[in-house]
Design a protein around this ligand. Sequence first.
Ligand code: MLT
Length: 240
Amino acid sequence: MDKGNKPSLEVSLSPALLHLYDLSQKIVVVIDVLRATSTICTALHHGAQKVIPVDSVEKCIEIGRQLGAITAGERDGQIAPGLEHGNSPLEYPASFIQGKTLVLTTTNGTRLLHMAKDAEEIVIGSFLNLSIVCDYLVARNRPVVLACAGWKDRINLEDSVLAGAILHRIKSHFDVQCDAALIAEQLYLATHNNLMEHIQQASHYKRLSQHGFQRDIAYCLKIDQATVLPLYRDGAIERA
Ligand code: MLT
């Protein structure tokens, strides 16, 4: 394909940088490896009807009550007071979540979903659904922004590596004129052979480990374990 006809592919390494990208007429892939987007993919893969991301604990409780839904979320990695469940993907096996609606509020991931509202389409990305996201982006043939949630507006390692992994797989189908994308790909190439070792140096690894969530981290780094394509539209995330 002639390079000039390829859609653009860009990476935003932090929510604080997202305002620099024109999201209208673009597909935004929201990435929060540890753990919001991994939890969303897992819940939907295990049969959740939908996930409603909200930006406050109060809204989570109110919507949960209205819909008779499960309320879940975290602040600084731990279950937020007042909510029934946390943001651990391992809390949502099929035996628990099938057919249910999850109302979820998290520190960074659900906030970023709201920030991306001007996009043409919003896709939920994680290592757990890496291949299906890549296949979808290639098939759609539209401009893409890979948006990393980071931690409280700071760049983080795990989201940047996943952005690099996606880019590395699909870049031949896109026009890449974005240094953040090049940085993400270099990071992926430098770390993917022993990813866990590198992630152990990440700030959120340390934060989650202090709370005993090592199993979550190992799970969230697995590739193609939750083969779903979650799309966020009209206030809810559902399987495409
Ligand atoms: C977030 O959205 O900030 C996170 O997913 C935090 C976490 O639960 O580990």
